[in-house]
Design a binder for this molecule. Structure first.
Ligand SMILES: *[C@@H]1O[C@H](CO)[C@@H](O)[C@H](O)[C@H]1NC(C)=O
Ligand SMILES: *[C@@H]1O[C@H](CO)[C@@H](O)[C@H](O)[C@H]1NC(C)=O
Ligand SMILES: *[C@@H]1O[C@H](CO)[C@@H](O)[C@H](O)[C@H]1NC(C)=O
Ligand SMILES: *[C@@H]1O[C@H](CO)[C@@H](O)[C@H](O)[C@H]1NC(C)=O
Length: 381
């Protein structure tokens, strides 16, 4: 009896050791990321442009029934990824009043590019990373000061602990505006060289886990589709079989193949880092393959604005009326009945309904290299 028990106990210990390593019953494969630091453009902006260039008024946020600081009707992909990681939604660092960065911070800003030329706001990728490095060094300095102090200052509840910076997931989604501005006269390789240098700055400063999105099929977004086709419903001359503008998608694919090359070089240069490359292009493109099956009755018709009259974020503010009145705002804007039936919110940005599906498609790793779920993106494969 005694020896059977000890054999059983030995077996249990062995199981815990081996099983724990490989994520057996008792071992969790979940990385338990304590925070997300995000960089990018409007696709993942959760408050930067609304803070830096004027609040986004209704109908932006209309699906949530309130202003959401995002450049769409509701939530963006990074919100759903944060949910998947069990973390709160990210706050923009430029939107600093009443917000907390305990579980990460968002540097992504609408209209921004990898290229440092031009842009709607001066927060292109390299500037976002400089702002992050300053955020990090100030945070670490504040905690160092605290070690010599018995007080418990307010910043502890709003700033991450210093060790969080090496445990966090760093997420990046940028490039759509480089394509929209045709690489500012440069080419995709030169633009991705800049991307490479920016990511080196993060990896050289302690970032270990990265989740990098490639760029989506910009040629499938409504405004570009309608711009290049006759508006009388006749077929678009430059469309592929699903109705997306070919040339713009070719640019996106060129971008993505250069991106893949730079990611591979970064992996070689930083062998201790875990870098996941996510094929957001194919996840977003899949929405257009069979839109009706996914609940999108109007795949190319955008919800807010009409061709030639962009659904600007500040239009209502300029009008000076109805700014906070949900019902009247609805009446004053040409918006669709049901945003969830559309993929495109305004001809450039995806609706919350589309973002939710894309987030679900990518979160489990089925579009990733290596193919690991976001919750496990700290493991080497
Ligand atoms: C963003 O700020 C809100 C309000 O302070 C806070 O509840 C939330 O946890 C913050 N998000 C992160 C990721 O820290
Ligand atoms: C904290 O105390 C240590 C040891 O006394 C000292 O070396 C360090 O400079 C102090 N840090 C700050 C921020 O005062
Ligand atoms: C404790 O913090 C205060 C305020 O930041 C600072 O003035 C003081 O020098 C600190 N004390 C020590 C021992 O570091
Ligand atoms: C990932 O999620 C998508 C969407 O829910 C699903 O279609 C796909 O089968 C899942 N893949 C894996 C590997 O779990």
């Amino acid at each position: 009896m005694e020896s059977r028990l000890s054999i059983w106990a030995f077996g249990l210990v062995l199981f815990l050791l081996v099983g724990g390593e490989n994520g057996g019953v008792f071992g969790s494969r979940n990385c338990g990321f304590p925070a997300i630091f995000n960089f990018g453009d409007s696709n993942s902006d959760t408050g930067a442009s609304s803070s830096a260039s004027g609040e986004h008024l209704l109908p932006f946020g209309i699906t949530l029934g309130k202003k959401s600081k995002r450049i769409t009707d509701g939530r963006v992909i990074i919100d759903f990824l944060a949910e998947a990681l069990g973390l709160p939604y990210l706050n923009a660092t430029v939107d600093s009043i009443g917000t907390s960065y305990k579980h990460g911070a968002n540097f992504a800003t609408g209209g921004c590019k990898i290229s440092s030329i031009g842009g709607v706001l001066p927060f292109n990728l390299d500037v976002q990373i400089s702002r992050f490095l300053r955020f990090k060094s100030r945070t670490v300095a504040l905690y160092e000061q605290l070690n010599n102090n018995s007080t418990n200052p307010a910043f502890k509840s709003i700033l991450p602990e210093p060790e969080v910076f090496s445990k966090a997931l760093y997420t990046i989604d940028i490039g759509q505006n480089d394509i929209a501005y045709l690489f500012d006269g440069q080419n995709p390789p030169a633009t991705l060289d800049k991307f490479y240098i920016s990511i080196q700055r993060l990896l050289s400063n302690g970032a270990k886990f990265m989740w990098i999105h490639n760029t989506g099929p910009f040629g499938c977004m409504g405004s570009k589709h309608l711009d290049s086709c006759k508006q009388d419903g006749s077929p678009c001359p430059d469309a592929d079989e699903h109705g997306c503008v070919k040339n713009l998608n070719i640019q996106a694919q060129l971008f993505n193949s250069e991106l893949k090359d730079r990611v591979n070089r970064l992996r070689a240069e930083y062998p201790d880092a875990v870098i996941t490359l996510v094929d957001v292009y194919s996840a977003k493109y899949s929405l257009f393959l069979n839109p009706k099956n996914q609940g999108f009755d109007e795949p190319f018709k955008f919800c807010c604005g009409v061709p030639g009259s962009f659904c600007g974020t500040r239009e209502l503010e300029i009008a000076g009326k109805f700014a906070d009145n949900y019902e009247r705002a609805k009446l004053t804007r040409p918006i669709c009945k049901d945003p969830s039936k559309h993929i495109s919110w305004d001809g450039v940005h995806y609706t919350e309904a589309a973002n939710r599906i894309v987030a679900k498609l990518i979160a489990n790793g089925s579009h990733s290299d290596p193919p690991v779920p976001i919750t496990e993106a700290c493991r080497k494969h």
